[in-house]
Design a protein around this ligand. Sequence first.
Ligand code: PEP
Length: 251
Amino acid sequence: MARTRRPLIAGNWKMNGLRADALALAGELASGMKQAGWNDRELLICPPATLLAAVAEAVKGSGVFVGGQDCHAKASGAHTGDLSAEMLRDAGASHVIVGHSERRTDHRETDAVVRAKAEAAWRAGILPVVCIGETLAEREAGRTLGVLEAQLSGSVPAGATAAKLVVAYEPVWAIGTGKTPTTAEVAAAHAHIRKVLGSLMADAGAVRLLYGGSVKGSNAVELLAAGDVDGALVGGASLKADEFLAIAKAA
Ligand code: PEP
């Protein structure tokens, strides 16, 4: 079953990168992808919105996808500083990350807001990568699976299909910390996520589930081999071409 789900390695550049460095990185990834000739896995990079169009141009023809890091739920209007999914698509995005824990924390995004953003992505014709994950306190209280279930039920819109959804499991305590769950813990979380998705949609078995949280070249083989893991959402290590390509190779 796992190989019918094409692995996706996604890089979230967050608020990093000025034009020159970003274009150099995008160029290295595009040539790495071309040289490797991978057609059994997908690479996605999510640069800051200011660089989306330029990065999309830089990777054109390489097979590397480009996505946004967030979008507003509305298509247009009086929302100063926000960007719609339609705008991201217009700039060259094919995907958008929604509900990243940094958005949930920094901007107090609720599951309902995340769901509306995923619906906005559908409306614009781009693919949402819906992020969920427990905090350290929730894990220590033995609430991990319950938290994931609640976040999924609240964040995944009705009408979801595997072709229209990617889910990223990112334990908050593993993001940017160098700490990772054990592969057994990752597998247990992913199995539960797939089970919950089964109650929300018909083809849950075909949805790609990414693991995110301190993935790097040296731990990618192990983490990507965990049960039900169909790729990775990578933060820090996606800012270095060799690291990101090593993770892609591990897929
Ligand atoms: C992330 O922010 O999505 C992430 C996984 O970050 P890092 O890889 O740096 O832990």
